[in-house]
Design a protein around this ligand. Structure first.
Ligand code: ZN
Length: 475
């Protein structure tokens, strides 16, 4: 018996899937496992439902048969939460990609979960509204995945994580029951807020099929500055000053360590907006509303950014700086923060997204560097972070002497990155989630009691453990 035959679906299941779009084995193998892993996707069957009713039918049948199901959206997740195995049924939401309604008065949008983030951003912008969620994978990640992982991104300091943007949600439980709370009010205290359970649960409690998201008025303009900073203390002082002076207009405060900045600029072959060689670079962005009605003498948000930078220069918090003079220049500044592809070129590279109080970050990074130095073999660390949100992204190259033993090198790097979090009130995941890759470290961020309650919830929602089994934790 060949391996493929081992994973043939039972006749009952095949029958239950009748009429639902699907891919057969050959076509499944044409897809990559994920953005991060180009090897062919594995699955016994890949289903492409077009409605909540079809999702419900698939799950009810799989639950009855004890068939495992892995849910997929844009497959850009960083923690392996959507990686399937040969025996799994893959349920891809990509055909549920309708923007059902944009409510300009209530400022909400009703979407199916397979809508690509960037497509939704532009449809909403065409109606003079703004979806605050934005992140590097915008061109392929899908709203359902954004909700399932409680995505963060670059505007969190101003608008919060995905959880803050979801007003209503529809999800299908592992047994096929549909839980619909497609409400569009800001306020609803009628009992447990069930939708919150599905947000950030990484598809382990149910399959998110539709949502109502909160929108904001269109942002009239952005003002973007890039500055270099000589010390971490000065970075903290600049953040405190920025929060005080800019208030709610501050949307991004992104810190790049000097090595990261140099490596990305060099790898992209671009002339960096400020010369490299400084210890830190900070990208500050504010949104400027329509201030034409302010009258003479009213300081615009853009003026306030300028004044902030002047104060920061005078106080020696900032050593050099540029203000983007055009959308083109703004994009060039963002590209160095956003496009870390050069850092991914050398393999292997391990990604981490930790969080902690911002005051603890420098000590933490020193502890990681110390660990990696002990680990030896020329390990290299690159760091940037949405530090306004207490979030750091770390990239570790284990170095040439660890070549050929990826599993050991990965574990050693994880120890260097995760152990020091215990001393700094940190979390092993700020925004990527736990997936399959971080579950052995869950105890660093969560108490035994918390994990026990999570497992009890999983057993209640999914007693047969068919849905994304092995994601977040093993039962
Ligand atoms: Zn991020």
């Amino acid at each position: 018996m060949t391996k493929a035959m081992t994973h043939e679906m039972s006749c009952d299941l095949e029958k239950a899937f009748e009429g639902i779009s699907s891919l057969d084995k050959d076509d499944i193998a044409l897809r990559a496992t994920s953005y991060w892993d180009a090897s062919p996707l594995e699955a016994a069957k890949l289903l492409l439902p077009k409605s909540t009713e079809e999702v419900s039918r698939i799950l009810a049948a799989c639950n009855a048969a004890g068939q495992t199901v892995v849910v997929q959206g844009g497959r850009t997740g960083c923690a392996g939460g959507a990686v399937s195995a040969a025996a799994d049924v893959v349920l891809s939401l990509e055909k549920m990609n309708a923007v059902e309604e944009i409510d300009e008065i209530g400022q909400t949008v009703t979407v199916q979960s397979g809508v690509v983030l960037e497509a939704l951003q532009s449809q909403v912008a065409a109606r003079d509204l703004f979806l605050p969620l934005d992140l590097g994978a915008r061109g392929s990640c899908m709203i359902g995945g954004n909700i399932a992982t409680n995505a963060g991104g670059v505007n969190v300091i101003r608008y919060g994580m995905m959880r803050n943007l979801v007003l209503g949600l529809e999800a299908v439980l592992p047994d096929g029951r549909v839980i619909s709370s497609m409400k569009r009010m800001l306020k609803d205290n009628s009992g447990y807020d069930l939708k919150q359970l599905f947000i950030g649960a990484e598809g382990t409690l149910g399959v998110i099929t539709r949502a109502i998201l909160k929108l904001e008025p269109r942002v009239a303009a952005h003002e973007t500055a890039l500055v270099s900073v000589a010390s971490y203390d000065a970075v903290l002082a600049l953040l405190a000053l920025g929060k005080k002076r800019l208030g709610a207009s501050l949307t991004s405060f992104e810190l790049m360590w000097g090595d990261y900045y140099r490596a990305v600029a060099k790898g992209l072959g671009v002339r960096p907006p400020i010369a490299d060689g400084h210890p830190y670079y900070v990208l500050i962005e504010i949104e400027a509303g329509d201030e034409t009605g302010g009258g003479a003498g009213v300081q615009t948000v853009a003026d306030r950014l300028m004044a902030l930078l002047e104060t920061a220069m005078a106080d020696d918090l900032v050593t050099d700086g540029v203000l983007a003079q055009s959308e083109q220049e703004r994009r060039e500044i963002w590209r160095i923060r956003d496009d870390f592809e050069p850092i991914l070129r050398e393999k292997p590279v391990y990604l981490y997204d930790v969080s902690m109080p911002v005051q603890n970050m420098q000590d933490y990074i020193h502890a990681v560097e110390k660990g990696l130095a002990r680990f030896g073999g020329g390990a290299v660390l690159h760091v940037f972070g949405h530090i306004g949100d207490g979030n750091l992204h770390l990239f570790v190259h284990p170095g040439p002497s660890h070549a050929g033993d990826d599993a050991r090198a990965r574990l050693a790097a994880e120890e260097c990155v995760y152990h020091p979090l215990r001393g700094v009130e940190g979390s092993i995941s700020a925004e990527h989630g736990i997936g399959r890759e971080k579950k052995r470290w869950l105890g660093v961020s969560r108490s035994a009691e918390e994990i026990a309650v999570m497992k009890a919830l999983k057993r209640t929602f999914d007693p047969k453990n068919i849905l994304n089994p092995g994601v977040v934790f093993d039962l």
